[in-house]
Write a protein that binds this ligand. Sequence first.
Ligand SMILES: NC(=O)c1ccc[n+]([C@@H]2O[C@H](COP(=O)([O-])OP(=O)(O)OC[C@H]3O[C@@H](n4cnc5c(N)ncnc54)[C@H](OP(=O)(O)O)[C@@H]3O)[C@@H](O)[C@H]2O)c1
Length: 330
Amino acid sequence: MRAVVYDRYGPPDVLRLEDVERPKLKDGAVLVRIRAVAVTRADCATREANRRSGPVVSLISRSISGFRRPKQRVLGSELAGEVEAVGAGVSEFAVGDRVFGTSGFHFGAYAEFISMRESTRIAHMPAGMSFEQAASICDGGLNALRCLRLADLHRGQRVLVYGASGAIGTAAVQLARYFGADVTAVCGTKNLELARSLGADRVIDYTQEDFAKNGQTYGVIFDAVGKHSFSRCRGSLDPGGSYLATDGLRNLILAVWTARIGDKRVLFSIPPRYTKQDVVFLKELIEAGRYRAVLDRCYPLEDVVHATRYVETERKTGNVVLTIDDHRVR
Ligand SMILES: NC(=O)c1ccc[n+]([C@@H]2O[C@H](COP(=O)([O-])OP(=O)(O)OC[C@H]3O[C@@H](n4cnc5c(N)ncnc54)[C@H](OP(=O)(O)O)[C@@H]3O)[C@@H](O)[C@H]2O)c1
């Protein structure tokens, strides 16, 4: 099968198409013919061994993905496709079912096929969705869900989402609203209307106004794009308020520190732990019309380097997806 592989950590150019062996179908697993796969910030960070985050984070990253070279040559986690074959004992899925989900840090989805156990994070696609849209559900959706659950939101709580136009940010606005929060979204000028359409009660254009200086306070500030800091927005937190972080070793240390000292906390959970129930939860929200995945651009699998460069501009709106031709219908 065709897959995008990489054999050394480095810039987007280390990615290349290659013919590799098709994954073997095991008992209790389904073989999925992948039709669309998201290119995520996590893919990019893993590909460059998190060098941009400094030597300590890079070392931790390599301890997981391989010290000298990547152990898993195929990146990509958030996918959508069709069930090609089912292993013994599979009861939830049948050949031809349209499915979506995430392989998480097992990766392997920049490829024509992936084998996933049916008990893992895979579910039937919401009705009426394209593969491209379905591949856009899990990255932001699962990350935002995990963060917001940490914050234990209550109805009417004032939540500010900083970076409301990214994959996590667009998901966070919608999920915080779903959990009953009063949501202020902070994004750039071109995405103000998008943030409103996702349900934000208020929007702030970060190019025009610094939310940390306008005197407003919030129970939760969700830094959905890793561009702010606890110290800069501490004054905008209510007493007992929480700063939700998505990135940065510093935030991990602050999470430990603020759990013991002071009444304002940094919340940060790694490693991320998502369940099949979380994937099904997002599917059900979509079917109920309470959630949508925001898709910025699609690229064919062959253009993975261009797609990756675009993701690395850190300016995408929602998600970027690679599409994989179905050679059977050519
Ligand atoms: N902890 C984890 O497990 C985990 C997993 C995945 C991702 N992450 C991290 O989570 C963060 C978000 O990832 P993502 O994929 O959601 O991001 P993303 O989609 O790449 O974010 C892009 C968006 O951020 C906005 N943005 C860029 N600079 C900004 C700024 N200074 N202020 C406000 N908005 C800004 C851009 O809008 P404009 O063009 O209008 O500026 C763009 O729409 C990243 O730091 C990523 O590394 C963490």
